[in-house]
Design a binder for this molecule. Sequence first.
Ligand SMILES: *Cc1c(COP(=O)(O)O)cnc(C)c1O
Ligand SMILES: [Zn+2]
Length: 406
Amino acid sequence: MIFKCINCGAEYPVSPETYLCPICSKNNDAKHPPLGVLQTVYDYNKLKTTPDLFSYLEAEAFLPLLPVNHKQSFSSLRVGKTPMYEFKLGNKTLFLKDDSQNPTYSYKDRASNLVSAFAKENKITTIATASTGNAGSSLAGICASQGQQAIIFVPASAPKAKLTQIMMYGATLVPVEGTYDDCFELSIAASKQFGWYNRNTAYNPLTIEGKKTASYEIFTDMHKQAPDFIFVPVGDGVIISGIYRGFEDLLKLGIINKIPTIVAVQSAGSSNLVGNLGSNQPQFSASNTIADSIAVDVPRNYYMAKKFLEKYEGKGVIVEDSEILEAASDLSQNYGLFTEPASAAAYAGYQKYAGKFGFPKNSKIVIQLTGSGLKDLDAVKSISKFPRAIKPKLNEVEKFLEERKK
Ligand SMILES: *Cc1c(COP(=O)(O)O)cnc(C)c1O
Ligand SMILES: [Zn+2]
């Protein structure tokens, strides 16, 4: 197992000291996506000879495809193995993979769990990260369950629920008067200075590896079949790369013979990956969307995500904030799934794609949901108008119901 630079191909040992390729990252600046992100490479040929390979991998908690040696290194919390709900809609089937049902209520737990396990095997007790909210609350919760110390750098303006979660888990919360980018650089400098392990998204290659486990589960959930389409919300592009990584593993091991069509969904107020697909002169503009978890100015895993989308003919969809809010209502009211806007964006993307291109007959479509609606109540304020309070009298109820009809 090795780390390989996605830009120059240089190889590095898998170690807690290795983050970005030192050659390619030399001239990185905050205005452009970082070069030198590392991808983990495995010896597929050796694994391929194993009989009944997928069952073996499942039984081994996929350890042969992860940079961790022992199952006990992972958190004892139930990370992943999230619900998959199936709905027959005309001649297509919709599958909702609900990652809000992770221990800290977001997809980020998949990455935090691997980073934490890897730290444990390397005798590291303190892990730092920059976060806009979910990565921080996730690392804080997973570290709490593992007896590790978490240090979380966040913009002081992050959503209150996520900050409260970080505090409740007993992590060291470092609010920074600055942007997420400021937090990112500061957390790396502080990690070097104080000898902490760093979980920053895409900067730490294990964040990408950790996020691939959803693909294995989707394959299991669908009775050892790959879907035709997967809709994925995209901010920094680590979840989507992780999902590609997972299916690519299965492809390279001969377990599947085709990568699903993966559709990257971004908000119109933050479309710095989808907006640049097919272009060699990328433009990056400041983000402004209610979906704070996918509000990203310069995607940290831009090059890897773009490469995957181009290699496997993935697609991109851009949705408006109003469509995200509608999707959030629709998911809540028609499926009982209350997810945060970044997560509802995936469903909005599916609806938009359905309207624009439609789907071939008998398509199996997965919507990857990523975070709980309770994490960001302010975002849905505009569509959840609370009714007036009434006196505890029966005739008041009748009046109230009449009013509601109008
Ligand atoms: C982080 C996050 C995303 C986007 O993931 P990226 O890896 O940044 O693309 C989507 N939804 C939620 C809820 C998240 O927390
Ligand atoms: Zn390189």
